[in-house]
Design a protein around this ligand. Sequence first.
Ligand code: MG
Length: 459
Amino acid sequence: MKNLIILLLSSISILATDKPNFLLIFTDDQGYQDLGCYGSPKIKTPVLDKLASEGVRFTDFYSANAICSASRAALLTGRYPSRNGVFHVYYPGAYKGLRQSEITIAELLKPAGYRTAIIGKWHLGDRPDFLPTKQGFDSYFGIPYSNDMWIHKDQKLAKDVKLFKDFTIEDIRSGKASKTKKGLARTVPLMRGEEVIEFPVDQCYITKRYTDEAIKIIDESNKAKKPFFIYLAHAMPHVPLYASPKFNGKSDRGPYGDTIEEMDFHIGRLVKHLKKLGIDKNTMLIFTSDNGPWKLGERGGSAAPLRGAKFSSHEGGPRVPCIMWWPGTIPAGTVSKEITTSLDIFPTFAALANTPLPTDRIYDGHNISTMLKAGSKGKSPYEKYFYWNKHHIEALRIGKMKLRWAWDNKKKARKAVELYNLEEDISESQNLASQMPEKVEFMSKLLLTEEEKQLADNK
Ligand code: MG
């Protein structure tokens, strides 16, 4: 069925011309405050700050989930976890992953003539049936899951796989190389296509190597006169933190800051390259993070002034920095306070690539291309936004009001209800629930009804 839909998309969109390139940069566990233009007191990001000043910086952009695999599945499918089936995180070797029946952005754009590439973290299943090459990506180069994980013993190795740190193929096949409790954690493989080409990869150079690969693909697509969709999912600043010697120890915010400053530098290389090729005005660049910061002290980031962090449905979990840059199309200097989400990227890319959205399933995001082009006058299409957290909708935002009704997994019941006015209280410090019982009742009902409806629809 999915193949038929993709075939139909291809026949409809073949006439469309002048399609923009898409460069989607997705960092890992980078907090709301961890960019110069989002108020970081110590991390310097001149490149991204400049991109924000030449495009749009969103203050109220949400990742559709505050945890890794679920966030990535929602981004790539434009659908909530209730529909795409990815609620949590996958571990190496799991017999699970993003379902084949889901349509990813790559599968949407490939039949429309795009060169599709993923560089970096996939984390939607590492068994052969779940790899990115089975989900519309022409190429894959990266660490297949989080950079603090391990290699699974069954992972397919290239004939000329490079092994380091005295590891042998026998160590991998026997599972010895996968044992994490004996100090072997953080030894992760690097894959090309469907095979491991290096183990363990030296993460100090991973940001540079990912960028080199992106430049190579931009060049290839440009030569072939094909538009590209590059999904560049950086390993950093997820722990363990690694920077190359040029950046290691250089920031004022320890190893965490080093990794972000290094990414900023390499994003500068990408922008320079687009300009050199004269394709910057035909390229939409998006920079955002998969979820808020992991609470790890100096090794983790900051979501200030937001409350909460990764895993939470307080704002610090899902609300992340987001910059969109497309010179000549997105008005420079826009700061948007409108609600926007990672679910919007799928339908927006579909519209900009002039390819129709599949009609056999529900999309939870919106096409925000008109809003983007309108700059500061652009209005959010969201009347309400639901925050999924693991297997439950835990919050609902309508305008400035947010109802949070978290789930207690031990008690299998909802916790006490919270109500906030995000406009006056961005840090969610004043629970207004007892003062506004009618609003609480109205919004709680909406939340529960929606959760039930989405899980029943499940399509
Ligand atoms: Mg993450």
